[in-house]
Design a protein. Structure first.
Length: 377
Protein backbone atom coordinates (compact mmCIF):
# COMPACT_ATOMS: atom_id res chain seq x y z
CA UNK A 1 0.00 0.00 0.00
CA UNK A 2 1.32 3.43 -0.90
CA UNK A 3 2.24 5.73 1.95
CA UNK A 4 -0.39 8.43 2.69
CA UNK A 5 2.30 11.10 2.93
CA UNK A 6 3.44 10.33 -0.58
CA UNK A 7 -0.15 10.51 -1.88
CA UNK A 8 -0.65 13.92 -0.24
CA UNK A 9 2.47 15.19 -1.96
CA UNK A 10 1.30 13.81 -5.31
CA UNK A 11 -2.10 15.52 -4.98
CA UNK A 12 -0.53 18.88 -4.16
CA UNK A 13 1.92 18.50 -7.03
CA UNK A 14 -0.92 17.55 -9.37
CA UNK A 15 -2.81 20.72 -8.49
CA UNK A 16 0.25 22.70 -9.63
CA UNK A 17 0.56 20.70 -12.89
CA UNK A 18 3.99 19.46 -11.87
CA UNK A 19 3.47 15.68 -12.04
CA UNK A 20 5.43 13.64 -14.55
CA UNK A 21 3.49 10.91 -16.42
CA UNK A 22 4.69 8.12 -14.14
CA UNK A 23 3.56 9.80 -10.93
CA UNK A 24 0.33 10.95 -12.58
CA UNK A 25 -0.45 7.31 -13.34
CA UNK A 26 0.24 6.34 -9.72
CA UNK A 27 -2.09 9.05 -8.41
CA UNK A 28 -4.87 8.10 -10.82
CA UNK A 29 -4.66 4.42 -9.84
CA UNK A 30 -4.72 5.27 -6.14
CA UNK A 31 -7.65 7.70 -6.58
CA UNK A 32 -9.75 5.05 -8.33
CA UNK A 33 -9.23 2.70 -5.40
CA UNK A 34 -9.81 5.38 -2.74
CA UNK A 35 -12.42 7.82 -4.14
CA UNK A 36 -13.86 8.97 -0.79
CA UNK A 37 -10.46 9.63 0.76
CA UNK A 38 -9.33 11.48 -2.36
CA UNK A 39 -12.45 13.66 -2.15
CA UNK A 40 -11.75 14.42 1.53
CA UNK A 41 -8.16 15.37 0.80
CA UNK A 42 -9.21 17.63 -2.07
CA UNK A 43 -11.70 19.41 0.17
CA UNK A 44 -9.07 19.98 2.83
CA UNK A 45 -6.62 21.30 0.28
CA UNK A 46 -9.27 23.61 -1.19
CA UNK A 47 -9.72 25.16 2.23
CA UNK A 48 -5.96 25.53 2.52
CA UNK A 49 -5.91 27.29 -0.86
CA UNK A 50 -8.41 29.78 0.50
CA UNK A 51 -6.32 30.24 3.61
CA UNK A 52 -3.19 30.78 1.52
CA UNK A 53 -4.91 33.56 -0.39
CA UNK A 54 -5.33 35.66 2.75
CA UNK A 55 -2.44 38.08 2.51
CA UNK A 56 -2.12 38.88 6.18
CA UNK A 57 -1.05 35.32 6.98
CA UNK A 58 2.27 35.91 5.23
CA UNK A 59 2.98 38.68 7.72
CA UNK A 60 2.24 36.56 10.79
CA UNK A 61 4.95 33.89 10.63
CA UNK A 62 5.21 33.37 14.42
CA UNK A 63 1.50 32.47 14.58
CA UNK A 64 1.16 30.69 11.25
CA UNK A 65 1.24 27.12 12.58
CA UNK A 66 -1.40 28.00 15.19
CA UNK A 67 -3.65 29.58 12.55
CA UNK A 68 -3.39 26.52 10.30
CA UNK A 69 -4.02 24.07 13.10
CA UNK A 70 -7.00 25.85 14.62
CA UNK A 71 -8.76 26.57 11.35
CA UNK A 72 -8.36 22.99 10.10
CA UNK A 73 -8.64 21.00 13.31
CA UNK A 74 -12.12 19.64 12.59
CA UNK A 75 -11.22 18.84 9.00
CA UNK A 76 -8.09 16.91 9.98
CA UNK A 77 -9.87 14.83 12.60
CA UNK A 78 -12.63 14.15 10.10
CA UNK A 79 -10.01 12.69 7.78
CA UNK A 80 -8.72 10.49 10.59
CA UNK A 81 -12.19 9.02 11.04
CA UNK A 82 -12.39 8.34 7.31
CA UNK A 83 -9.28 6.21 7.37
CA UNK A 84 -6.35 8.62 7.07
CA UNK A 85 -3.85 7.77 9.83
CA UNK A 86 -3.10 10.25 12.62
CA UNK A 87 0.55 10.53 11.60
CA UNK A 88 -0.46 11.24 8.00
CA UNK A 89 -2.91 13.88 9.21
CA UNK A 90 -0.09 15.66 11.04
CA UNK A 91 2.03 15.44 7.89
CA UNK A 92 -0.87 17.00 5.97
CA UNK A 93 -0.71 20.04 8.26
CA UNK A 94 3.07 20.32 7.92
CA UNK A 95 2.99 19.81 4.15
CA UNK A 96 0.31 22.43 3.58
CA UNK A 97 2.07 24.84 5.96
CA UNK A 98 5.05 24.56 3.64
CA UNK A 99 2.72 25.13 0.68
CA UNK A 100 1.54 28.43 2.15
CA UNK A 101 5.07 29.59 2.94
CA UNK A 102 6.28 28.79 -0.57
CA UNK A 103 3.24 29.50 -2.71
CA UNK A 104 5.30 31.72 -5.05
CA UNK A 105 7.84 28.99 -5.84
CA UNK A 106 6.30 25.60 -5.13
CA UNK A 107 7.85 22.22 -5.79
CA UNK A 108 6.22 19.92 -3.28
CA UNK A 109 6.88 16.47 -4.70
CA UNK A 110 9.78 14.96 -2.76
CA UNK A 111 10.23 18.31 -1.04
CA UNK A 112 11.81 16.79 2.05
CA UNK A 113 14.32 14.77 0.05
CA UNK A 114 15.15 17.66 -2.24
CA UNK A 115 15.67 20.04 0.68
CA UNK A 116 17.84 17.49 2.49
CA UNK A 117 20.03 17.11 -0.58
CA UNK A 118 20.34 20.84 -1.20
CA UNK A 119 21.10 21.71 2.41
CA UNK A 120 23.17 18.61 3.23
CA UNK A 121 26.23 16.79 1.97
CA UNK A 122 24.72 13.45 1.00
CA UNK A 123 22.87 12.20 -2.04
CA UNK A 124 19.22 11.48 -1.18
CA UNK A 125 17.40 8.51 -2.76
CA UNK A 126 13.62 8.57 -2.36
CA UNK A 127 11.24 5.70 -2.96
CA UNK A 128 7.58 5.91 -3.93
CA UNK A 129 6.34 4.93 -0.47
CA UNK A 130 7.81 8.14 0.92
CA UNK A 131 10.84 6.50 2.52
CA UNK A 132 14.34 7.65 1.62
CA UNK A 133 17.97 6.71 2.07
CA UNK A 134 21.13 8.77 2.28
CA UNK A 135 23.94 7.50 0.07
CA UNK A 136 26.51 7.62 2.86
CA UNK A 137 26.80 3.90 3.56
CA UNK A 138 26.56 0.61 1.70
CA UNK A 139 23.03 -0.82 1.45
CA UNK A 140 22.22 -4.05 -0.37
CA UNK A 141 18.49 -4.78 -0.46
CA UNK A 142 17.90 -8.05 -2.31
CA UNK A 143 14.11 -7.89 -1.98
CA UNK A 144 13.86 -4.56 -3.76
CA UNK A 145 16.78 -5.16 -6.11
CA UNK A 146 18.96 -2.16 -5.39
CA UNK A 147 22.48 -1.57 -4.12
CA UNK A 148 23.48 1.83 -2.71
CA UNK A 149 27.03 3.03 -2.07
CA UNK A 150 28.40 6.50 -1.33
CA UNK A 151 28.99 7.09 -5.02
CA UNK A 152 26.41 5.01 -6.87
CA UNK A 153 23.02 3.32 -7.07
CA UNK A 154 22.48 0.07 -8.95
CA UNK A 155 18.87 -0.87 -9.73
CA UNK A 156 17.80 -4.12 -11.39
CA UNK A 157 14.40 -4.60 -13.01
CA UNK A 158 11.90 -5.92 -10.50
CA UNK A 159 9.83 -8.57 -12.26
CA UNK A 160 6.42 -8.96 -10.67
CA UNK A 161 7.08 -6.45 -7.90
CA UNK A 162 5.16 -3.22 -7.35
CA UNK A 163 8.15 -0.95 -7.09
CA UNK A 164 7.31 2.39 -8.64
CA UNK A 165 9.49 5.46 -9.24
CA UNK A 166 12.79 6.22 -7.57
CA UNK A 167 14.00 9.81 -7.32
CA UNK A 168 17.62 10.74 -6.70
CA UNK A 169 18.81 14.21 -5.61
CA UNK A 170 22.43 15.38 -5.48
CA UNK A 171 23.68 18.21 -3.24
CA UNK A 172 26.50 20.63 -3.98
CA UNK A 173 29.96 19.09 -4.26
CA UNK A 174 28.65 15.65 -5.32
CA UNK A 175 28.62 13.55 -8.50
CA UNK A 176 26.56 10.36 -8.39
CA UNK A 177 26.34 7.39 -10.75
CA UNK A 178 23.19 5.31 -11.35
CA UNK A 179 22.83 2.02 -13.21
CA UNK A 180 19.24 1.86 -14.48
CA UNK A 181 17.19 -1.36 -14.79
CA UNK A 182 18.11 -1.74 -18.48
CA UNK A 183 21.85 -1.40 -17.78
CA UNK A 184 22.12 2.21 -18.94
CA UNK A 185 24.42 4.38 -16.83
CA UNK A 186 23.68 7.94 -15.69
CA UNK A 187 25.98 10.40 -13.94
CA UNK A 188 24.24 13.19 -12.00
CA UNK A 189 26.13 16.44 -11.61
CA UNK A 190 25.75 18.57 -8.47
CA UNK A 191 22.31 20.02 -7.56
CA UNK A 192 20.57 17.72 -10.04
CA UNK A 193 17.84 15.10 -9.87
CA UNK A 194 16.42 12.16 -11.80
CA UNK A 195 13.18 10.20 -11.57
CA UNK A 196 12.57 6.77 -13.14
CA UNK A 197 10.38 3.68 -12.76
CA UNK A 198 11.71 0.26 -11.77
CA UNK A 199 8.93 -2.27 -12.26
CA UNK A 200 9.60 -4.41 -15.33
CA UNK A 201 6.18 -3.99 -16.94
CA UNK A 202 6.16 -0.24 -16.30
CA UNK A 203 9.77 0.55 -17.09
CA UNK A 204 9.64 2.06 -20.58
CA UNK A 205 13.19 3.47 -20.62
CA UNK A 206 11.96 6.94 -19.75
CA UNK A 207 13.53 9.27 -17.19
CA UNK A 208 12.82 12.80 -16.02
CA UNK A 209 15.75 15.01 -15.00
CA UNK A 210 16.45 18.43 -13.59
CA UNK A 211 19.96 19.89 -13.79
CA UNK A 212 22.83 18.17 -15.58
CA UNK A 213 23.32 14.48 -16.40
CA UNK A 214 25.55 12.38 -18.64
CA UNK A 215 23.99 9.27 -20.19
CA UNK A 216 25.58 6.09 -21.52
CA UNK A 217 22.50 4.36 -22.91
CA UNK A 218 22.33 0.61 -23.54
CA UNK A 219 21.14 -0.10 -27.05
CA UNK A 220 17.81 -1.89 -27.50
CA UNK A 221 16.40 -1.96 -31.01
CA UNK A 222 12.82 -2.52 -29.83
CA UNK A 223 12.69 0.19 -27.15
CA UNK A 224 13.88 3.76 -27.41
CA UNK A 225 15.27 5.66 -24.42
CA UNK A 226 13.64 9.00 -23.57
CA UNK A 227 14.95 11.84 -21.41
CA UNK A 228 12.53 14.60 -20.42
CA UNK A 229 13.63 17.98 -19.04
CA UNK A 230 11.94 21.32 -18.44
CA UNK A 231 12.53 22.43 -22.01
CA UNK A 232 13.15 19.36 -24.12
CA UNK A 233 12.46 15.72 -24.88
CA UNK A 234 15.36 13.57 -26.09
CA UNK A 235 14.86 10.19 -27.78
CA UNK A 236 17.64 7.67 -28.53
CA UNK A 237 18.23 3.94 -29.01
CA UNK A 238 21.75 3.76 -27.62
CA UNK A 239 24.39 6.47 -27.34
CA UNK A 240 26.45 8.70 -25.03
CA UNK A 241 25.36 12.29 -24.45
CA UNK A 242 25.24 15.11 -21.92
CA UNK A 243 22.12 17.08 -20.95
CA UNK A 244 22.29 20.40 -19.08
CA UNK A 245 18.97 22.04 -18.24
CA UNK A 246 19.17 24.24 -15.16
CA UNK A 247 16.69 26.90 -14.16
CA UNK A 248 17.81 30.34 -15.35
CA UNK A 249 20.18 28.99 -18.00
CA UNK A 250 19.94 27.96 -21.64
CA UNK A 251 19.47 24.20 -22.09
CA UNK A 252 21.99 22.14 -24.04
CA UNK A 253 22.44 18.59 -25.33
CA UNK A 254 25.96 17.51 -26.29
CA UNK A 255 26.38 14.26 -28.19
CA UNK A 256 29.54 12.22 -27.72
CA UNK A 257 28.65 9.29 -29.98
CA UNK A 258 25.71 7.97 -32.02
CA UNK A 259 22.75 10.12 -32.97
CA UNK A 260 19.66 11.38 -31.22
CA UNK A 261 16.47 13.35 -31.66
CA UNK A 262 15.73 16.42 -29.53
CA UNK A 263 12.29 18.01 -29.33
CA UNK A 264 12.29 21.65 -28.18
CA UNK A 265 9.30 23.97 -28.34
CA UNK A 266 7.44 21.38 -30.46
CA UNK A 267 10.23 21.34 -33.06
CA UNK A 268 12.22 18.13 -33.69
CA UNK A 269 15.98 18.38 -34.31
CA UNK A 270 18.46 15.61 -35.11
CA UNK A 271 22.07 15.91 -33.99
CA UNK A 272 25.11 13.74 -34.70
CA UNK A 273 28.33 12.84 -32.90
CA UNK A 274 30.39 15.87 -31.88
CA UNK A 275 27.46 18.28 -32.11
CA UNK A 276 25.79 20.36 -29.45
CA UNK A 277 22.22 21.67 -29.50
CA UNK A 278 21.55 24.78 -27.44
CA UNK A 279 18.02 25.97 -26.74
CA UNK A 280 17.49 29.55 -25.61
CA UNK A 281 14.68 29.82 -23.11
CA UNK A 282 14.68 33.60 -23.67
CA UNK A 283 13.99 33.79 -27.40
CA UNK A 284 12.98 30.12 -28.00
CA UNK A 285 15.64 29.51 -30.65
CA UNK A 286 17.77 26.43 -31.34
CA UNK A 287 21.44 26.51 -32.38
CA UNK A 288 23.36 23.38 -33.44
CA UNK A 289 27.15 23.52 -33.70
CA UNK A 290 30.21 21.26 -33.71
CA UNK A 291 32.06 21.09 -30.38
CA UNK A 292 34.73 19.08 -28.59
CA UNK A 293 32.21 16.96 -26.68
CA UNK A 294 34.79 15.85 -24.12
CA UNK A 295 35.01 19.39 -22.82
CA UNK A 296 31.35 19.12 -21.80
CA UNK A 297 31.53 15.67 -20.22
CA UNK A 298 34.74 15.72 -18.16
CA UNK A 299 32.74 16.90 -15.14
CA UNK A 300 31.64 13.29 -14.55
CA UNK A 301 35.30 12.33 -14.19
CA UNK A 302 35.85 14.99 -11.53
CA UNK A 303 37.07 18.03 -13.46
CA UNK A 304 36.01 21.64 -13.89
CA UNK A 305 36.47 22.52 -17.55
CA UNK A 306 36.51 26.24 -18.29
CA UNK A 307 36.75 26.62 -22.04
CA UNK A 308 36.52 30.18 -23.34
CA UNK A 309 34.37 31.39 -20.44
CA UNK A 310 34.52 34.58 -18.40
CA UNK A 311 36.01 34.72 -14.92
CA UNK A 312 32.56 35.77 -13.68
CA UNK A 313 31.05 32.53 -15.04
CA UNK A 314 33.82 30.51 -13.38
CA UNK A 315 33.11 32.11 -10.01
CA UNK A 316 29.41 31.34 -10.48
CA UNK A 317 30.21 27.66 -11.10
CA UNK A 318 32.52 27.49 -8.09
CA UNK A 319 29.91 29.22 -5.95
CA UNK A 320 27.33 26.50 -6.72
CA UNK A 321 29.80 23.64 -6.23
CA UNK A 322 31.32 24.86 -2.96
CA UNK A 323 28.20 26.67 -1.65
CA UNK A 324 30.27 29.78 -1.06
CA UNK A 325 29.81 33.45 -2.02
CA UNK A 326 32.19 35.51 -4.13
CA UNK A 327 32.70 39.25 -4.27
CA UNK A 328 34.45 40.92 -7.21
CA UNK A 329 34.32 44.58 -8.20
CA UNK A 330 36.85 44.72 -11.04
CA UNK A 331 34.70 44.79 -14.19
CA UNK A 332 37.58 43.98 -16.54
CA UNK A 333 38.58 41.01 -14.42
CA UNK A 334 34.99 39.76 -14.27
CA UNK A 335 34.86 39.59 -18.07
CA UNK A 336 38.33 38.20 -18.67
CA UNK A 337 38.13 35.06 -20.85
CA UNK A 338 39.80 31.99 -19.37
CA UNK A 339 40.81 28.48 -20.44
CA UNK A 340 41.48 26.08 -17.58
CA UNK A 341 40.95 22.50 -16.41
CA UNK A 342 40.88 22.07 -12.64
CA UNK A 343 40.29 18.96 -10.55
CA UNK A 344 37.20 18.94 -8.36
CA UNK A 345 37.11 17.66 -4.78
CA UNK A 346 39.89 20.04 -3.76
CA UNK A 347 39.53 22.82 -1.22
CA UNK A 348 38.35 26.16 -2.51
CA UNK A 349 41.66 27.65 -1.42
CA UNK A 350 43.58 25.17 -3.61
CA UNK A 351 41.38 25.93 -6.63
CA UNK A 352 41.74 29.68 -6.13
CA UNK A 353 45.51 29.35 -5.93
CA UNK A 354 45.57 27.57 -9.30
CA UNK A 355 43.28 30.15 -10.89
CA UNK A 356 45.36 32.93 -9.33
CA UNK A 357 48.41 31.76 -11.30
CA UNK A 358 46.38 31.85 -14.53
CA UNK A 359 44.37 35.02 -14.12
CA UNK A 360 46.77 37.05 -11.94
CA UNK A 361 44.66 38.35 -9.07
CA UNK A 362 44.73 38.33 -5.28
CA UNK A 363 42.01 37.11 -2.97
CA UNK A 364 41.10 36.38 0.62
CA UNK A 365 38.72 33.87 2.18
CA UNK A 366 36.93 35.14 5.25
CA UNK A 367 33.67 34.19 7.02
CA UNK A 368 32.57 31.82 4.27
CA UNK A 369 33.14 34.38 1.51
CA UNK A 370 35.84 34.77 -1.15
CA UNK A 371 36.78 38.36 -1.97
CA UNK A 372 38.67 38.97 -5.22
CA UNK A 373 40.77 41.98 -4.31
CA UNK A 374 42.80 43.24 -7.26
CA UNK A 375 44.06 42.26 -10.66
CA UNK A 376 47.83 42.18 -10.86
CA UNK A 377 47.93 42.88 -14.60
Amino acid sequence: MLDETYIIELIIDSRENRLDPIKQSILEEWSKKNPSLRESLDKALNEMDELASIKYINNRKPNRDIIIFRSKKRRVFGLIKNGLGYAAAIVLIVTIAFFIQNSDNLSVTSINSKQRAISGKDVVIEFSDGTSELANRNINNIDQNFIITKDSLIVSSSIGQSIYPISVYTPSNKIFKIILPDGSAVWLNYNSSINFATEERKYNREVNIDGECFFDVSKEMNRSFTVKTRLSKITVLGTKFNVNDRVGEDASVTLESGSLMVECNKLINNISSGEQLTYSNYNKTVVIKEVDSQMYTLWKDGFFVFDNVSFKEILRELSMWYSIDFAIDDYNLQNKIIYAVVKKFQTIDTVMQKLERTVKFTYKIENGKVSILTSEE
